[in-house]
Design a protein around this ligand. Structure first.
Ligand SMILES: [Zn+2]
Ligand SMILES: [Zn+2]
Length: 361
């Protein structure tokens, strides 16, 4: 047996409240994971977040279905959303040190009245209940029928504890709910290596809220996705991007630096865009004039509005649509604007727009 495997106590050491055979028939504590479980209860799990419920279960099942539930998560285990270490140092907790967990679970005798031997998991009771159900040989709950929120929490716990009989089905069911929770599914897929699902979730999250996804990707140091999202954020007001960094990168000390780089890039985009706006191609009007009277009214308004709007082609086109009536359908000005639009597109998407964020740090 591997050194990290759970040691199963000798059956003769299993003690019950009434001194008889331990098992589900025990009135005080019984296995709730299965309707007719007859296995002896020899370990009790509790939730750190809601410790009122004691889950009587079986070390043998924990050993068979989870290679690490009895042990502390390795220090390099990626953190999952909602999974936190219990701050208590006085009680048994699988999120404490490995040696602590071993000493807790390898107790040779079991007394259900001794609550000091209970093992605390950081997961919520509904997640623990589901984990225990999946660790019994029985038809499993239909995960399509549980809430997306519970599914995500359960999926992360199943991965964390390597409950492989649940991990595969969780990832498949999460594919169906990715549209509802693209950000959470992105984190789940990133943490546990579901590359295909990660890509689907990332694209949905980026489309739903580029600023939030930009900050999200930065907070988990995913440079490739961060830089892709960044391309989309220059269509947004500066404040929105700033606020997203502030909200979603609270724990990341480097967000101010990243936002500074983003702002530098935005200013470079604005400079490039105004280079295009300030150099309209000459189109001779009737009578040999460079511009018509309408242009002299239109052009300052265009520059003034673009000075305060996000420096992108979308802003330019929106302002153009708004101001076009001022030109009274002047065909000559139409030619100028078409050329200007091409220059704006090249300036913002092909030139500065293509440069990586790190170049602006
Ligand atoms: Zn059971
Ligand atoms: Zn004109």
């Amino acid at each position: 047996m591997a050194s990290d495997a759970l040691e199963i106590p000798d059956a003769s050491n299993i003690v019950t409240l009434d001194g008889t055979e331990a098992g589900c028939e025990n009135d005080m504590i019984r296995c709730e994971a299965s309707d007719n479980c007859s296995l002896p209860i020899d370990i009790i799990l509790r939730s750190s977040s809601d410790p009122l419920t004691r889950f009587g279960t079986h070390k043998l099942n924990l050993q068979i279905y989870s290679s690490i539930l009895s042990l502390a998560p390795p220090s390099n285990e990626p953190a999952s959303p909602g999974i936190t270490k219990d701050p208590s140092t006085t009680r048994s907790d699988v999120s404490s040190t490995t040696s602590d967990a071993n000493s807790t679970l390898q107790t040779a005798s079991f007394n259900p009245t001794d609550e000091s031997k209970d093992v605390y998991l950081p997961e919520d009771p509904d997640v623990i209940q589901l984990l225990l159900k999946f660790m019994h040989h029985q038809p499993q709950p239909d995960l399509r029928l549980i809430s997306s929120n519970l599914l995500l929490r359960f999926a992360n716990a199943a991965e964390k504890y390597k409950v492989y009989c649940a991990t595969g089905v969780c990832s498949v069911v999460l594919e169906f709910s990715v549209k509802e929770h693209p950000f959470d599914v992105f984190l789940y897929a990133t943490n546990w290596g579901y590359t295909g699902l990660q890509e689907v979730a990332a694209k949905l999250a980026m489309k739903e809220s580029p600023a939030r996804f930009f900050a999200y990707a930065h907070s988990i140091n995913h440079v490739a996705w961060r830089d892709l999202a960044e391309q989309e954020t220059h269509k947004l007001p500066t404040k929105q991007v700033h606020d997203s960094f502030k909200e979603y990168c609270k724990d990341s000390g480097s967000w101010a630096e990243a936002f500074g780089a983003w702002f530098n890039k935005r200013e470079s985009l604005r400079t490039a865009l105004f280079t295009a706006l300030n150099n309209p191609i000459p189109v001779q009007h009737k009578g040999g004039l460079s511009h018509c009277d309408e242009w002299h009214s239109f052009y300052p308004q265009l520059l003034g509005k673009m000075a305060v709007e996000p420096p992108c082609e979308e802003s330019f086109l929106a302002i153009l649509a708004n101001l076009k009536p001022v030109l009274k359908n002047c065909d000559h000005c139409g030619i100028v604007l078409k050329a200007m639009g091409r220059s704006v597109r090249v300036a913002t998407t092909e030139g500065v727009g293509k440069r990586a964020l790190r170049e602006f740090l």
